[in-house]
Design a protein around this ligand. Sequence first.
Ligand code: ATP
Ligand code: MG
Length: 748
Amino acid sequence: MASDFIRDMIAADVESKKHNGKVCTRFPPEPNGYLHIGHAKSICLNFGVAKEFGGKCHLRMDDTNPATEDPEYVDAIQRDVKWLGFDWGDNLFYASGYYDKLYEIAERLIRNRRAYVCDLNEEQMSAYRGTLSEPGKNSPFRNRTVDQNLDLFRRMRAGEFKEGSCVLRAKIDMTSPNMKLRDPAIYRIKHAHHYRTGDAWCIYPLYDFAHCLSDSMEGITHSLCTMEFESARELYDWVIAAAEMPWVSRQTEFARLNLTYTVMSKRKLLELVEGKFVNGWDDPRMPTIAGLRRRGYTPEAIFEFCNRIGIAKNLSTVDLALLEFVVREDLNARSPRILAVHKPLKVVIDNYPDQIENLDAPYWPQDVPNEGSRTLPFSREVYIDADDFMEAPPKDFYRLAPGREVRLRHAYVIKCERVIKNAEGDVVELRCSYDPQTRGGVTADGRKVSGTIQWVSAAHALDVEVRLYDRLFVTERPGEERDFKEEMNPESLVVARMKVEPSLKNATANDRFQFERVGFFIADADSKPGAPVFNRTVALKDSWAKQTAKHVQSAPKTSKPKIEAKAAVATELSAEAQALKDCHGVSSEEARTMAIEPHILELFEAALASGGVAKTAAALVCNDVLGEVRARKLERAPFSGKELADLSQLIADGTLSSKQGKDVLAKMFDGEGGPKDIVKKLGISQVTDVAAIEAVVDRVLAANVDAVARFRAGNTNVLGALVGLAMKESGGKANPKTLNEVLRKKLA
Ligand code: ATP
Ligand code: MG
């Protein structure tokens, strides 16, 4: 496991014998939904560091909201954490298990004059809270006496008051620049049945109160959470201190995982489930652990993915293609190869005797160190995939065509002698001959047969249901422009039938296979004896590569900080954020970020005042600038709005690619001057001149004739490599869009 800033910090704490060298972390999900791949990042981190440092990791149900929690989720969470390969031992806890203690602590705060009962309603409360630029005002109820407060709080608990009529608030500082410290609510009335405590309580502690105290009660040394809790850290510390807790836990934040083409918030996932947009939480299209498991992902692949993305504070969105790449790599070594035909086209081998031959076919290719084989019946009539035949093929089509030869995997070389069509002129059958000297695929005379295709014996093939899963959304950032549900991929699930070799007859749930040249599949739980159903985990090739490549170039790999609601925090945009959105057309996520990061907002506004390009400047400040500020542990960016405005213009007018923009920004952080100077000094600017790019591309194509031939033979995978080489050849300066266009044109 590579190190990261959290592991470095823990190593230093262990070294200096802080907490007596003990390490205790926790993973604290709220049981209001199933765990998703983002949680897996947190699980791998929390359980991972505990293991690495010989410590413990607790599993704690953070269940302080009776309205949304459910024992089904508690079970699912435990099942999923175990499946990922982690063990909490005896350390399963519930925030609801601390209700008595938390209540006592709340009374202690009241007695110490650190909390009061407040009758302001929600609207008034928010008006009193002030804004980022204006301090808040004290509540008229702030000076209630200890006795009044104790009396009211006890009556809250006794159920005397309606929901929303009053709350218990921490008494901190209504003028604090940190809005979180402006007398936050810590207990609220909720007349609701709780799945564990039943009707014992009608007041429930809020996250900011319950979480830190739970950490402290459990002796958590390192409380690791995602960046959206950064501004809550001061409150975390305040509560532990005010409650006079003997054990002081420390919170450290890291960036949450966001994935392209995916929604991750449990609220949205619940919407998909409840609206029946998917078939439940474990629908194989869901980014939930249960969904990924059913889809055929392995815990090892998920762990490896988390390992590769690493832990940092910079907000980042990871391309879904990386997850798919990692799972392909993982499945490669654990999926025996079998033959399956998607669009069956009948082939009759006229010169093959009327017999059945049982071929011994190894399950594994040579480069996978696994052994085993099965028998494959071969007969006079077989099916091949219709896509592996072309009546009038281009020269570089290496599969079957009239008069051409192809190798049937594990069997013989056949030659297409005759094409049979129906009345409409569609090809319905091929008449072929086979070369008896080629059993196993090797020609006796050494002649070259380039293509190998899959097939199944017509009489023996099993006709099975396959569920072809694909990305659930068609846009990289679902929900950014419209309701995320309007951006669902209508082809995220295609139920089809395939002819597969008969050895699959007894496949049972969770058996994995690679259908050669098609994809990785897993037998679904819906399989019946003799009638397996297969889910496609992932296709062998990334059919989205083109789109992905395009997106990667057009949009900087940005991070969209997410301010997800925990109990008291509203999910709606605040008034400030809404105004930003309305005036400048920035995205909701950017607006949210600016609304909670005053220095970012200030820089953005200063950039606009100096003629910055709003959209570009917004993306820069919310992602790159914020990321650098955090990574460098600065209070704010060390340059002016004017300089940021200049940078935004250089990017917007195409002088700099977004990648170059980032490099220049890093230099601005290093104090190397304004963007224009840096660009001049380093001589970096994008080459957008088509002729210059064409020259580069020509050089690369000439030097890589093999790759070009493979591309033209249908292996589109090499395109990425060629783009990379050409980009390198241009010294990283070519405008990626132009480069891509030129390359495609030249290859066509
Ligand atoms: P969501 O925002 O997706 O609804 P949540 O944050 O409400 O999830 P919790 O049950 O509170 O879900 O999360 C449990 C832990 O998992 C928290 O410590 C949280 O920081 C972490 N976590 C949640 N989502 C992610 C993510 N996308 N990447 C990394 N960690 C995450
Ligand atoms: Mg949350």
